[in-house]
Design a binder for this molecule. Sequence first.
Ligand code: CU
Ligand code: CU
Length: 354
Amino acid sequence: MAWCEGVLSLLLLLAVMATAAPTDTLQKFPLLMPHVKPERAETYFCTPIRIDPTVEYYITAFQPNASMETAHHMLLYGCETPGAEDEVWNCGEMALAQPGIKSAPVCGSGSQVIYAWARDAPKLVLPEGVAFKVGGKSPIQYIVLQVHYASVERFKDGSTDDSGVFLYYTETPQPKAAGVLLMGTGGRINPNSVEYMETACTITEDKVIHPFAFRTHTHALGRVVSGYKVSRKGYFDQWELIGKKDPQLPQMFYPIEKDLILKKGDTVAARCTMESKRDRTTRVGAFNKDEMCNFYIMYWTPSTEPLRQKYCFSPGPPLYRWQQEFSSLPKDASVIPASEESHYYHHSHHHHHY
Ligand code: CU
Ligand code: CU
């Protein structure tokens, strides 16, 4: 009977909509430290969330937890497998491990940074329609929160910390995939010298990449980190700035200078200008006494998957230099942005090690 069928299909439709409705709206997930009590300065703690491997979620914004003046910086890593199965583990320099808390890397495999917070960073809302795809069949099966506690003074009275990030997500597929390309180098810095640590890679995948934020990371010797798009036009290399920052400033994601796109055949290049007043050689490594040269590009691409390529690493000095492959070099790659010069020495005490 037509009438009965009409009622039936209306009921079915209502039932489907009722279950579908909440997933259409943005939901909020708290990824917070489970009230930890770090005992030593320079502690790095990690805490994971397992994402449902049967459902794909789309993360569109990151909101730092407001009650977190205690954290020096925080990073969110997407992992295929986590570094440990514990609720909290020590994921910094092993020498600073806290008794009773295991030490392990952030990720067991498939590590990629998807968010970084440092002093004063506001909520990061990805551009309209852009999302990090996690869970389901994506390579991000876990998200691990890493918090750096520079000082532990305020925990001496027994208080605990729930620093972290609220993730805004939806189950509705988003048209643009967010991704992060991590550029970096190996290499060494000679005593009492200025060294350039450089890397470059050509995009080989048939995707259009829209960078929208960048982050720099070095330890104490980094003076300026810059990243470029390089278009090779015959004998002439055209350099366009993606971003440049004093890495002693808060190491969060900053908006890129001007809109540009990267396509198959374009090259991305990054340089860290390092200044050593040490009497020893400094090498690239995870510890505070070592150095790192990292330039992160956060981008979106108008497809369901980001680049397969997640890294662009070179051996660094003395084995690799830009001049080996480019006919021209940008003149201002090592010039500190003028507006930031005054911060230059104030942050020289700042340490990062992971
Ligand atoms: Cu820090
Ligand atoms: Cu580092």
